[in-house]
Design a protein around this ligand. Structure first.
Ligand SMILES: [Zn+2]
Length: 404
């Protein structure tokens, strides 16, 4: 090893190589300060300091081949006249109090792009928590406070985390980036976000959301200029929930009569027809279930028609379809459809407002929901909510994606 290699290959600046020791399968490089620069206080940057002895710190650095490497740094302590405190001078290649060089941290992050946290930890011989902390620091720097001044079109959505916890997620519909994650699912969840928008003087044009009351009030109050849009994704999501409930109710009736045909059809009802699996006979099973239950069949086909409202050329055709749907739902006499029709009547303007904003598409929202589902299955979200939120905020950026 040499000062030059340490400098060029490992970015160990301002320190000179002294000697190498080999110990327990790892290598230790001792370095000392090169005295190229004047000493200064790490806190206030003052040069008015006096030397107060040396401390030796050991830092983990990148491996060479399979071997673990350490840097043993003799660090000058200085007493600062201005602060009146004695501290270690700052190192150009490691953060204060860290046991790792910045390069080592960056190396672990690079590996994180292709390996899970567990993989990186075992490869480098460090703990799972350490790798997670590296990721967290990086994610915080990049995503904690996104710029919100230029936001125009937003989507608000709530997600489950585990059984009891809810998060409220705000997405920039132009970029697909998650720009805020709040705690809970009521209007309080968004309070810090409104503050941020206000400070940045953002002028939001439209917000896509579900037809739940909490967010509607919050948006009306905090963004009086913005149009509320009930998009395809949110409306169909609600319809699917009601459809599942209808199936459960009908199932119960069928059980009482000793019929079995609705068993296991929940997912078939929620699937898009083109996604039905032929090998598992799904289309056939769905057909049988629908034939056996008229209410369920009607609701199922009404879902298809409902979706078409967001696929029209213009607002007029959509309005025609929407009103026609509402009429047919009421006439059906099926409680679930009648109630849904009432909801649509109450939110008609918001549904049709979809056609006033080109940029609102449901794709990014659906994609985000799927990815969040994937994050959750990795389960680390529950032990560290801040980390989980940061992971959600990093979702859209392929380059920033850290696996696992
Ligand atoms: Zn000072």
């Amino acid at each position: 090893m040499s000062t030059s290699i340490l400098y060029h290959a490992f970015e160990i600046r301002e320190y000179v190589y002294m000697r190498t020791r080999h110990k327990d399968g790892s290598t230790v490089f001792e370095v000392e300060r090169g005295d190229l620069r004047r000493l200064r206080c790490p806190q206030c940057r003052s040069y008015d300091v006096t030397r107060k002895g040396i401390v030796v710190r050991r830092l983990r650095m990148e491996p060479i081949g399979m071997r673990q490497n350490f840097l043993e740094v003799s660090i000058q302590r200085v007493a600062c006249a201005a602060c009146g405190v004695t501290r270690q001078v700052s190192l150009p290649f490691a953060d204060p109090r860290s046991s790792y060089t910045r390069r080592f941290e960056r190396y672990a992050l690079e590996l994180s792009k292709v390996m899970t946290i567990g993989d990186v930890a075992s490869h480098l011989g460090i703990s799972w928590d350490t790798v997670k902390e590296f990721q967290k620091r990086y994610l915080r720097k990049r995503f904690e406070k996104p710029k919100v001044g230029k936001l125009k079109l937003l989507a608000v959505d709530e997600i489950h985390v585990g059984k009891l916890t809810f998060l409220t997620v705000v997405m920039d519909l132009k970029t697909g980036a998650v720009v805020f994650v709040g705690d809970g699912k009521d209007s309080e969840a968004l309070a810090p976000f409104w503050q941020r928008l206000k400070r940045a003087r953002a002028r939001i044009q439209a917000v896509a959301m579900d037809m739940g009351r909490a967010f509607i009030h919050a948006v009306r109050r905090n963004l009086p200029e913005a149009t509320i849009v009930f998009d395809h994704f949110h409306v169909i999501k609600l319809f699917n929930e009601r459809l599942s409930q209808l199936r459960r109710d009908e199932q119960k009736k069928a059980d009482d009569q000793g019929k079995e045909v609705l068993k296991g059809t929940r997912w078939l009802l929620l699937k898009r027809p083109r996604n039905l699996d032929d090998e598992r006979n799904e289309a056939e099973r769905l057909r049988e279930a629908l034939e056996a239950n008229q209410s369920l069949a009607t609701a199922y086909y009404m879902k298809e028609d409902l979706g078409r409202i967001w696929r029209q050329m213009d607002r007029e055709s959509a309005a025609f379809l929407l009103d026609d749907w509402i009429k047919r739902a009421v006439v059906s006499g099926i409680g679930m459809l009648v109630r849904f029709a009432k909801t649509l009547v109450a939110h008609r303007e918001g549904v049709l407002a979809y056609y006033d904003f080109d940029g609102i598409s449901t794709g990014p929202l659906e994609g985000m929901n799927n990815k969040i589902g994937l994050l959750q299955r990795r389960a680390y979200g529950f032990s560290d909510m801040e980390f989980f939120k940061l992971k959600i905020m990093a979702l859209h950026e392929a380059t920033a994606v850290l696996i696992g």
